[in-house]
Design a protein around this ligand. Structure first.
Ligand SMILES: [Zn+2]
Length: 362
C-alpha cells in the first residue's frame, strides 16, 4: 500500500535539487534491503539524504516528517538511527569491531534500526573484516554506507550494497535554490559560487556579510608577499582569524538547534542521549566548515594566479611562475583531506608563491 504522506512536508522535502535521488530513496524505503551505499562528492548531501532515508525507514508512514520517529531521526536523536563516523584518518580494527557490535544489537524501540556508516571511502584495510557484517546483518538492521567515492578497498563492500549515486549540485542549481528561499539574486549567485557544490554552505554564505571581505583578503595575498617569512606569518595569522570568525553564524545556528532539541526531546519523550550525538555532529560540522573555508580561500588564490595568465603573457618565461603557483595551490588544497596543521600548510605554501602587483578582481 502506498503511504498517504504529503510530499510537501515529508522527510524528503529537505532534499532539494535532487529529484532523482528522492525518487530512488522513496522506492527503497518502501521495500528496504539490508544495505545501501550512497556515493556523492563532499557537500552533495549524502549525510542529509541518509538522515531522511533513515527517518523514512523508521517511520510507520514512509517518512511523514511529523511523527515522533521522524522528528527524532531528523534531530539526530533517535536511539535506533545511529551514525558511525571514523575518528582517525582511516578506519581502525577497533572501528570495525564497534560497527559489528552496533549492528548486532537489537533495536531499542521498534523492529528496525538504521546504522549509517559515514566517510567509508576511508575504509582501507578493515574492509574485509566488515564484509560479513554488512553482507548479512541481523534482519532488523539496515546499513546506509556513505562515501565520497569508491576506492579499491571499498569495491567488495560496495558489491554487497544497493548503490545510489548522489549528484553534485551545480552553481546554477544552488543559486536557484537560494533564490527560491528568498535570497536576492546577486547574493545567491555569489554564495553559490563560493559554496563548492555544498547546499548547507551556500545557505550559510548567503547570510554571511563577511564573505566578500574574505574573498578580497585571499585575492590580495600575493600582493602582500615579499619573499620573507615575516610577511608570510602576518598574512597567515590574519587569514586564520578570518576563517575562525567565519564560523560564527554556524556556531549560532548550532546553539539554536541544541536548544530546539532540548524542547523537542521533552515534548517527544526522547532520551537524553540525543544531545551527545548532536554535539558530536556539530563538532564535525565545524571542522568541515573550516576545511570548506580553506578550500574556498585556496580556490580564490588559485583564481588570482590564473588571472595573471589571461591573456597569456607573450614572454613564455613569464608563464612559469604563475603556473607553478597554481600547481602548489592545488597540492595544498588536496593536502587538506589529511587533516594537516593548517597554519604550517599555508605558511609553507605562501613561501613558495611569487608576489604579484595589485590588480582589480575580475
Ligand atoms: Zn513519520
Amino acid at each position: 500500500m502506498t503511504p498517504t504522506t504529503s510530499e510537501a512536508t515529508d522527510v524528503f522535502a529537505g532534499i532539494v535539487g535532487q529529484p532523482e535521488l528522492v525518487t530512488q530513496l522513496r522506492a527503497a524505503a518502501a521495500r528496504p534491503v539490508h544495505a545501501y551505499l550512497l556515493v556523492g562528492p563532499p557537500g552533495a548531501g549524502t549525510a542529509s539524504a541518509a538522515r531522511a532515508f533513515a527517518a523514512a525507514l523508521l517511520c510507520h508512514n514512509g517518512g511523514c516528517g511529523r511523527c515522533r520517529n521522524c522528528r527524532l531521526v531528523l534531530a539526530g536523536a533517535h536511539p535506533d538511527a545511529t551514525t558511525f563516523v571514523p575518528e582517525g584518518a582511516f578506519l581502525r580494527v577497533s572501528d570495525a569491531e564497534e560497527i559489528t557490535r552496533m549492528a548486532m544489537r537489537s533495536p531499542v524501540e521498534g523492529r528496525r534500526k538504521v546504522l549509517v556508516l559515514a566517510d567509508f571511502h576511508r575504509v582501507q584495510k578493515v574492509g574485509p573484516a566488515l564484509l560479513k557484517t554488512i553482507e548479512e546483518p541481523p534482519p532488523s538492521t539496515v546499513f546506509v554506507v556513505l562515501a565520497d567515492s569508491v576506492p579499491t578497498e571499498l569495491v567488495t563492500i560496495a558489491s554487497r550494497c544497493v548503490r545510489i549515486d548522489v549528484a553534485p549540485l551545480g552553481v546554477a542549481t544552488l543559486a536557484g535554490i537560494l533564490v527560491a528561499e528568498g535570497v536576492e539574486a546577486d547574493a545567491a549567485r555569489t554564495a553559490a559560487d563560493a559554496a563548492g557544490g555544498n547546499l548547507d554552505r551556500a545557505r550559510l554564505l548567503a547570510s554571511d556579510v563577511g564573505l566578500a571581505a574574505r574573498r578580497e583578503a585571499w585575492w590580495r595575498v600575493p600582493e602582500r608577499l615579499d619573499g620573507t617569512g615575516a610577511a608570510v606569518a602576518v598574512v597567515v595569522a590574519e587569514l586564520m582569524a578570518l576563517v575562525e570568525a567565519a564560523a560564527e553564524p554556524l556556531r549560532r545556528a548550532q546553539a539554536e538547534a541544541l536548544a530546539e532539541l532540548a524542547s523537542d526531546l521533552a515534548a517527544a519523550g526522547g532520551r537524553g542521549g540525543g544531545r551527545a550525538g548532536m554535539e558530536a555532529a556539530h563538532k564535525r560540522a565545524l571542522r568541515r566548515h573550516r576545511a570548506d573555508e580553506l578550500r574556498f580561500g585556496l580556490a580564490t588564490l588559485g583564481a588570482r594566479y590564473r588571472h595573471e595568465l589571461d591573456p597569456a603573457p607573450l614572454d613564455a618565461g613569464a608563464l612559469a611562475a604563475p603556473v607553478a603557483a597554481i600547481d602548489a595551490i592545488v597540492d595544498a588544497a588536496r593536502a587538506l583531506v589529511r587533516n594537516p596543521n593548517e597554519q604550517l600548510l599555508l605558511q609553507a605554501l605562501f613561501l613558495r608563491l611569487p608576489p604579484l602587483e595589485s590588480t582589480a578582481r575580475s
